[in-house]
Design a protein around this ligand. Structure first.
Ligand code: IMP
Length: 429
């Protein structure tokens, strides 16, 4: 098995950036297959901090980065990110960045609609990143999206913009937001087209060649299983599928190419945005996790909600995500805690359940059932071998493995690329 697919198993921000970067150094090609610039990956390499939203992390290791057809691309955000990383010394050219010709574009009107709808939702808001992700995916399935390849076809653009504005201006006007003119959209696209079109290519064809040539491909997921539009805490989710199966359709390779599925899980749980979170902590313990773990959204800067590790949710993610092994991150944030707890199930209306319910009403009523064990005083930060870990921390990790039904194949002990304990090389299958 020569390919690896990385997905988040909680509500995102599990520290995928570091793991993907570490794996990218062993891959030939790194592919993003869903989501957009709602994702935020922070990579720390050699003391230099890279903040990526849309660009595949592999570009930091000098590998080919691919944006597959399952991603929604905001061309302005893309160009801004390319400029930023170029100023940091990375080389991004059409040889190193391939973007599927068929990606739907996120336009300023998508962000405007996202924000206007959130404002209108009031107490029922989803807490989106406000970047137009949902409206862009809606346009894709409604078959009115402007795709990257359309930028080279001015005649197609003309009628597509008419159709797009008919829909969006009606909604924007209804919500009391500013509408857009055809001239505005045309001039925006005219300006952006020569900048992004050089990166456009038939990604599926190039990846097919790469698969046949035995190249190592790393598929880099964004968000996480609990934010998956089908399997997550709907409607408090993102608008794409985030599970590993989508790596294939979101980049145009066959399902067998997905390879080893590595699920990333933080040693505790965080969430940004609204929605249920059974093991959330509202006390000093939760605040301590947030402080020590520097839990602020990479994209929006919002403080993340913090809570105990929810083994029931991660087990769910392991099953629907097809996870072969877990990379456990940020164990060091628990260092020095007298006691640590794991959510091992729920109580719903007086009954014990070991599966998260599907309806939002029931999801908001569940109470966590916690299992508590002694913590550890020693530091795990920077450990590079299992032997360097305190016995109690090992016990915590072993209990997690037992509860989620998947082995911890990788342990990350600091944001630095090399502070990683590898139990099994995912590229070896
Ligand atoms: P959207 O993807 O902007 O529509 O936001 C929908 C939900 O997904 C909100 O709760 C966001 O906070 C959450 N979300 C989107 N992207 C990320 C991410 O990369 N990390 C964590 N949460 C995310």
């Amino acid at each position: 098995m020569s390919n690896v697919t990385v997905i988040g198993t909680q509500w995102g921000d599990e520290g995928k950036g570091k793991i993907v970067d570490w794996l990218a150094s062993r891959a030939d090609i790194v592919v993003r297959f869903q989501g957009g610039h709602n994702a935020g990956h922070t990579l720390v390499v050699g003391g230099q901090v890279y903040k990526l939203s849309l660009l595949p992390s592999g570009l930091v290791s000098g590998k080919i980065g691919v944006i597959g057809n399952g991603v929604v691309v905001d061309p302005q955000a893309l160009m801004g990110e390319i400029e930023r990383v170029t100023a940091q010394g990375l080389v991004v050219t059409p040889e190193t960045l391939w973007i599927a010709e068929t990606v739907p574009l996120i336009l300023p009107l998508h962000g405007a609609l996202d924000r206007a709808r959130e404002a209108a939702r009031g107490d029922h808001k989803i807490g989106t990143t406000g970047r137009g992700i949902g409206p862009a995916y809606e346009d894709k399935v409604a078959r009115r999206a402007i795709r990257l390849c359309d930028l080279a076809e001015p005649e197609t653009l003309e009628w597509k913009i008419d159709e797009l504005l008919l829909h969006h201006n009606t909604l924007l006007a209804g919500l009391g937001a500013e509408t857009f003119t055809k001239e505005q959209v045309l001039s925006y696209l005219g300006e952006i087209a020569p900048k992004v079109l050089p990166y456009a290519c038939p990604v599926w064809d190039r990846l097919d060649e790469a698969v046949r040539a035995g190249k190592r491909i790393l598929f880099e997921g964004a968000q996480a299983v609990m934010l998956d539009v089908d399997h997550g805490t709907y409607p408090f989710v993102t608008s794409s599928n985030t599970i590993a199966a989508i790596a294939a359709s979101g980049s145009g390779v066959g399902p067998k190419s997905v390879g080893f599925v590595l699920g990333i899980a933080k040693a505790y749980t965080t969430r940004v945005g609204e929605g249920p979170f059974p093991s959330e902590l509202f006390d000093d313990v939760g605040q301590g996790l947030g402080k020590r773990g520097h839990e602020f959204g990479t994209v929006t800067g919002r403080p993340r909600r913090c809570g105990w590790f929810d083994a029931t949710l991660v087990r769910h993610a392991v099953r629907v995500g097809g996870v072969d092994g877990i990379a456990l991150t940020k164990l060091d944030v628990l260092d020095g805690m007298k006691e640590v707890s794991i959510c091992v199930g729920y109580e719903l209306d007086g009954k014990h359940i070991d599966r998260f319910p599907s309806s939002p009403a029931a999801q908001s009523r569940v109470k966590p059932v916690l299992e508590t064990m002694a913590g550890w005083n020693e530091t795990t930060a920077g450990a590079r071998s299992w032997a360097e870990l305190p016995a109690q921390a090992i016990k915590y990790v072993r209990r997690i493995e037992e509860l989620i039904g998947a082995p911890v194949t990788l342990l990350s002990t600091s944001p630095e690329r090399d502070d990683t304990i590898l139990m099994k090389d995912p590229f070896e299958g």
